[in-house]
Write a protein that binds this ligand. Sequence first.
Ligand SMILES: *Cc1c(COP(=O)(O)O)cnc(C)c1O
Length: 348
Amino acid sequence: MLDSGWFVLGPELLAFEREYAEHCGAPHCVGVANGLEALSLVLRAWGIGPGDEVIVPSNTYIASWLAVTHVGARPVPVEPDPDSFNIDPARIEAAITPRTRALLPVHLYGRPAELASILEIARRHGLRVLEDAAQAHGASYRGQRLGAHGDAVAWSFYPGKNLGALGDGGAVTTRDGALADRLRQLRNYGSSAKYHNAEIGFNARLDELQAALLRAKLPQLDADNRLRELIAQQYLAGLAGASPALSLPSQASEARSAWHLFVLRHPQRDALARRLAADGIGTVIHYPVAPHLQPAYAPLGWRPGSLPIAEAMHAEVLSLPIGPTQTAEQTDQVIVALRRALAEIDRH
Ligand SMILES: *Cc1c(COP(=O)(O)O)cnc(C)c1O
């Protein structure tokens, strides 16, 4: 890539788009600058803007909401199913209004959302479905990889994701060729032919360097995800019955998770994290504050208690270490330390 002297919109990007589309089983892939741009450019391409509403999960990383806000539309949160952490399809229809334009499910922590019900609701109400798959590279739903179930699927290649670049990156996969063409124009100043600008576009491209690195890493994605799955299974077996207060992630029968994160719940989450830290085990909270309670969203007027399922989750979730370089011995160390910490907390 360096020798070619071609740094933006060149052959590496084209090759990566082709290879990632194929990996996802999607006809089209458009590389963009990051996951947030992937989400917001799709909403923009669909003409969603001021006065419109988009249904989002109450329990997600804030970027899913930000994309809606950035196009001038209103994010309308729907509570999750506590068992899956993902948007509860049974609660979606009550949130649909005449202003609703799209559903934005998130495959949180790598576990596919309940797409069959979500797509059926969207079809009944004439809504589009934009999937946020930023945490779910390689995951599958009913035997088919994520990437072409909904009308568009947004991906992030932030370094910490299952498929990560060495910097920022993102993409959209879709069955819709016209949408793909529109996104190619939007990401490049609204231009399809050099120095001819059909619309007010953006600079939101995926670099050649990142595309080349992603091409080198993509062939490893499935093996990496398999290693994550083995760690998850080791945790599930090693922690089963460890404490009545502990709840472990469930596994969907119709989906295969990418195990981006291994997230458990415990009412004394902070005490648990402190005890694990004392044993040299790092944990992270994904996420400590729900989007509707962030200062950024104070103008929408949500109050504590208004989305109680998400708020309870944010108070109890804890992510254990997981990743393709983690050894079985390291996973065992976490299990031993966690069992000890749980026993101590249960005694108090
Ligand atoms: C990481 C992430 C994003 C944003 O992706 P960036 O590339 O960091 O902009 C969006 N949604 C979810 C669920 C994410 O985890």
